[in-house]
Design a protein around this ligand. Structure first.
Ligand code: NAD
Length: 515
């Protein structure tokens, strides 16, 4: 019997022994930087001359690793190996497949700080954020394994005299997993583990920003006993192989997390039936956000400021769930803004490999330039209340930035920035707070800070986001506790880490027998 799911605890870095263990892991990983990593197709490791070079966002000249680049021919080879592996993998029982994930979770748990240390270097995550990313990866492995054991039982149907009906779930066939870089371990774990435990081989194309930590998961699953061909690792240039992976006639599903632009492109392309394709492709597309915290006049203003600051600036705002809009009742607007600025002043920015750095560098030059542009746009659209500085001498540092007095339709109130920039706007009453909260094309996360029960009840139904939080920030969803996925242009609302997620990768089958 498998015990119920409990999430992986976070490391307490106040404890000397944990700090020491993390420092040791950082040293160990530092000694392993700069290595080469292969493609993995049908269990075979393939090195290529053409490579993706991953560098440290906080120290641009430091190479994390060089990763082989797959071509279209490699994609064909990987798909053939996946099709072949499917014949045997689909016959494994759900419990047998789940055991691979349980073992993988155990391996990662034993080497937890090492994985987090890779995230510090590869993705620029501060210690606590890296620790949360690794913990979430473990959670996905543990949670989906349990979910599959449950779904393996099928669902109950009614029988009639002389008629016996059953409802079972079966795998679909090979598909493609395309994750982003910002939860470079957790989202790779979740988006790979779910289709695999459901019985479907996967072609994993990691983000070009963070391919090394993705490779580490491939190694773990191999060590855990995953048969060859069930997970094929095909990193590459998305312009070269992205469409090809999506369009492939044998791609049964595309499990995508990333930007709105890429997600909608994948949706559109996947809808076209290719020559020889004998099924409709399924697309899970979890995309961007423009997430809002609203603060009611009757509310705990310290809690409000703390929720805004941590949700806006944790991991430099590079979370799909990050708060980038704070909409405040006019009677408490000045006070919340003042408290938020005071808290922001205390935040430390620097190289995240050092302890106690709250914010590291943003992921790359492209994001750095984009955020800088938005800071300029913000200066025209509103009033710069705090921050606005950037520095790219060694790494891509963007300091926490607060704009105030924005028009609800301003660009920095509407467009995803994906950096440490939050815009404040005021509203006259709760109706207007909600109206502004709902006025973007996104609908991912949101939070309401209020002591008014009637207002919370209204927000429960009228605040159009997939993940709504009351009297807390709008980030930090936990697998199995806060299933995650957005409405509107934030995506297909797949609810990662939730009880309905695995069905995206399964076909439900009704079998009716006459006795
Ligand atoms: P992105 O869209 O640039 O890239 C995501 C992935 O898509 C990468 O692996 C990339 O290589 C690949 N890709 C790019 N072009 C492709 C193409 N034509 N065909 C196939 N694949 C292609 O996004 P990003 O910058 O990696 O991630 C940041 C975005 O992800 C933000 O918008 C953020 O909000 C979103 N995100 C959403 C969630 C969620 O759960 N909703 C979670 C994390 C991040």
């Amino acid at each position: 019997m498998v015990l119920p799911f409990k999430h992986e605890p976070f490391t307490d870095f106040k404890a000397e022994e944990n700090r020491k263990a993390f420092e040791d892991a950082l040293k160990q990983v530092q000694g392993e930087l700069g290595r080469e990593y292969p493609l993995v197709i049908n269990g075979e490791k393939i090195y290529t001359d053409d490579q993706l070079v991953s560098t440290n966002p906080a120290n641009k000249s430091q190479v994390i690793g060089s990763v082989a680049k797959a071509t279209k021919e490699h994609v064909d080879q990987a798909m053939n190996s996946a099709l072949e592996a499917f014949q045997a993998w689909r016959e494994w029982t759900p419990a047998e497949r789940a055991d691979i994930l349980f073992k993988a979770a155990a391996i990662v748990r034993r080497r937890k700080h090492e994985f987090s240390a890779w995230l510090v270097y590869d993705a620029g995550k501060p210690w606590d954020q890296a620790d949360g990313d690794t913990a979430e990866g473990i959670d996905f492995l543990e949670y989906y394994a349990r979910q599959m054991i449950e779904l393996g039982k099928g669902k109950a149907l009614n029988d009639r005299p002389n008629e016996h009906n059953t409802y079972i779930y079966q795998p679909m066939g090979p598909g493609v997993t395309i994750p982003p870089w910002n939860f470079a371990f957790a989202i790779v774990c979740g988006t790979v583990a779910a289709p695999i435990v459901a019985g479907n081989p996967v072609l994993l194309k990691p983000s070009e920003n963070t391919p090394v930590i993705a490779y580490k998961l491939v190694e773990v699953l191999e060590e855990a006993g995953l048969p060859k061909g069930v997970l094929n690792f095909v990193p590459g240039d998305p312009e070269e192989i992205g469409d090809y992976l999506v369009d492939h006639k044998d791609t049964h599903f595309i499990n995508f997390t990333g930007s709105r632009a890429t997600g909608t492109r994948i949706m559109e392309r996947a809808a076209k039936v290719q020559e020889g394709q004998q099924f409709l492709k399924r697309v899970v597309a979890e995309m961007g956000g423009k997430d809002t915290i609203i603060v009611d006049q009757d509310s705990d203003l310290d809690l409000a400021a703390d929720a805004i600051v941590n949700s806006a600036f944790g991991f430099s705002g590079q979370k799909c769930s990050a708060c980038s809009r704070a909409i405040i009742h006019e009677n408490v607007y000045d006070e919340v803004l003042e408290k938020a600025i005071a808290l922001t002043k205390k935040l430390t920015v620097g190289n995240p490999s050092e302890e106690n750095v709250y914010m590291g560098a943003v992921v790359n030059q492209k994001q750095f330039d984009k955020i800088k542009d938005y800071i300029e746009i913000g200066k025209n659209e509103g009033v710069l209340a705090y921050g606005g500085e950037t520095d790219h001498t060694n790494g891509y540092l963007v300091y926490p930035t607060i704009f105030k007095d924005l028009d609800p339709k301003a660009r920095i109130m509407q467009e995803e920035i994906f950096g440490p920039v939050v815009a404040f706007a005021k509203a006259k009453d709760f109706d207007e707070l909600l109206e502004i909260a709902n006025n973007t094309e996104y609908g991912l996360t949101g939070a309401v800070i209020s002591n008014n029960r009637a207002h919370l009840n209204r927000a429960r139904y009228d605040f159009h986001v997939g993940n709504l939080y009351f009297n807390r920030g709008c980030t930090a969803a936990i697998v199995g506790y806060h299933p995650f996925g957005g409405f509107k242009m934030s995506g297909t609302d797949s609810k990662a880490g939730g009880p309905d997620y695995l069905q995206h990768f399964l076909e439900a089958k009704t079998v009716s027998e006459m006795f």
